[in-house]
Design a protein around this ligand. Structure first.
Ligand code: ADP
Length: 487
């Protein structure tokens, strides 16, 4: 009997210890979610204004790189915050995947730009080796794929004191193989089997100045496997490491021809200007939306909370609502319902939230027409507004073309051919044509070199823009209907 009683006491003590641990874990998850939200709000303002300034034609060219760096770094920070949230989700065993249409060339471009900057800041060479043909659009969860690649590239940079980091992509039919190779300190053989386990940091990570929590590779492996892929690592201590991710990325040829993003300068809407009501308790977010939309001919009304939004809606009957979810007093969901049911509003409602992945999962909000993620991407916002209100946009005459040194006289047929090759992402074909151009016209050498360096970095958008700048025959986009990123 004594034995049994002792066991019961032990069981009770264990049970209590487990409850305490679970409560602590839940508290930690709440803390992570809370702090992520706090970090995101100021970040939204930084990202939003960086995007706006990047588009401002009065900003001198030499400042643009700085702005781009601010934006890219902000995006990186946003991704890190997402990572924090992911850890709590992976721990809770729930993670959802999305099937996004990824514009692969732009997607890679953004990652390469950001990582190149980090590598070069540390004095490392960064080599990007894209395949000759890239499907312009593939289907996968964009955010997760970005996270996997950034994790691997950041590690490579982090654990490489000198030399280089290379990023290579190859396709075998629809299987993409991403490879990140570095010339860094490498991973001791004994550590290699453990690096994907949580909180395992190799002996090499005990060196000073290698911050990290030992979660990056755990998340990377979990995400790769959830996406149906596999990840492998190989390393030689002292000379470097190689990580390889294989993933099925089914491609799709877009129906529309791609063209560089065009800058929207206004809208062609007859009658009075469209009125947009933005309800958000964050004044920076409201101001950002106003700063974006007012120059394009919208009237923007701002509400700091739901009651104010309802009052304005009754008075002014706006043409479109942009509602934040998390507002004190009443959520955006509830506000959407009241706008529809009590204030008699039928104008489109867009829910703008930092937690869009959760939006679908809640099943909430039968009253909205669309959702938009914070940090707000300006083209995405304009795209939705354009579609919901049936607005046709007017565009700047031509996208700003990178300056080409030297002269380049392209015949209309040559320009069209190069453009066509860039549109399908056939880099090898472009290289051949550029070689031929240079042979035919040695005076064009500098200009061809500039184009080649754009292609080497896979900056197809800039390449297309440079082509339009170089060829008299390039057709002028002028004004016309379409979505802001008609590509
Ligand atoms: P963290 O980088 O935060 O320590 P990770 O999970 O990303 O955590 O990596 C786990 C460990 O794997 C690192 O601590 C490091 O020892 C090792 N590691 C990962 N990538 C590399 C690399 N490219 N070169 C050398 N060691 C690496």
């Amino acid at each position: 009997m004594n034995e049994i009683r002792a066991h019961k006491r032990t069981d009770a003590a264990l049970q209590k210890a487990r409850d305490v641990a679970e409560a602590a874990n839940k508290a930690k998850s709440r803390y992570v979610v809370g702090i992520s939200h706090e970090l995101r709000s100021p970040l939204n303002a930084i990202l939003g204004y960086a995007q706006l300034l990047e588009r401002d034609p009065s900003i001198p060219e030499r400042r643009r790189d700085g702005l781009r760096t601010i934006r890219r770094s902000g995006e990186h920070l946003a991704a890190l915050i997402e990572g924090l949230l992911d850890i709590s989700k992976i721990e809770a065993g729930r993670i959802e995947l999305y099937r996004d249409e990824i514009r692969l060339p732009e997607f890679l471009d953004a990652i390469v730009d950001m990582m190149r900057f980090q590598a070069e800041a540390k004095g490392l060479a960064f080599v990007f080796d894209p395949p000759e043909r890239v499907p312009p659009v593939v289907h996968a969860d964009e955010r997760r794929l970005r996270q996997i690649l950034i994790n691997l590239l950041s590690n490579a940079i982090k654990f490489t004191p000198r030399g280089s980091v290379s990023f290579r992509l190859r396709f075998r039919s629809e299987v993409a193989e991403f490879e990140v190779t570095d010339t860094g300190i490498g991973i001791p053989e004994a550590d290699l089997p453990r690096i994907f386990e949580p909180f395992q940091r190799g002996g090499n990570a005990r060196l000073p100045a290698t911050p990290g929590a030992g979660l990056g590779l755990t998340i990377t492996k979990a995400l790769t496997e959830i996406m149906g892929g596999e990840i492998t690592a190989a390393s030689t201590p002292g000379s470097g490491s190689r990580f390889r991710v294989r993933l099925l990325l089914s491609g799709k040829v877009p129906a529309q021809q791609t063209a560089p993003e065009r800058h929207i300068t206004g809208q062609t809407r007859r009658g009075r200007p469209a009125e947009v009501l933005v309800a958000d308790d964050d004044p920076d977010h409201r101001a950002l939306v106003a700063d974006l939309l007012e120059p394009l001919g919208f009237t923007v009304r701002q509400a700091a909370d739901a009651p104010e939004a309802l009052r304005i809606a009754r008075e002014a009957a706006p043409d479109l609502f942009l509602l934040d979810i998390a507002m004190p007093g009443m959520t955006g969901w509830e506000l959407a319902r009241r706008l529809r049911e009590e204030a008699g509003q039928s104008a489109p409602i867009v829910i703008v939230s930092a937690n869009v992945p959760e939006v679908g999962a809640t099943g909430e909000g039968l009253h909205h027409d669309d959702v938009l993620a914070k940090p707000v991407s300006l083209p995405a916002l304009l795209d939705k507004i354009g579609r919901l209100l049936g607005i046709a946009w007017t565009f700047a005459d031509a996208p700003p073309a990178p300056l080409l040194g030297g002269r380049l006289n392209l015949a209309p047929a040559q320009a069209a051919e190069l453009r066509q090759l860039a549109v399908i992402g056939y880099v090898g074909g472009i290289r051949d044509r550029l070689d031929a151009l240079e042979r035919e016209d040695p005076g064009a050498r500098d200009a061809v070199a500039a184009l080649r360096s754009l292609i080497a970095e896979y900056r197809l958008d800039d390449f297309l823009a440079a082509l339009s700048g170089a060829s008299e025959a390039a057709d002028d986009p002028g004004t016309g209907p379409g979505s802001p990123h008609d590509r």
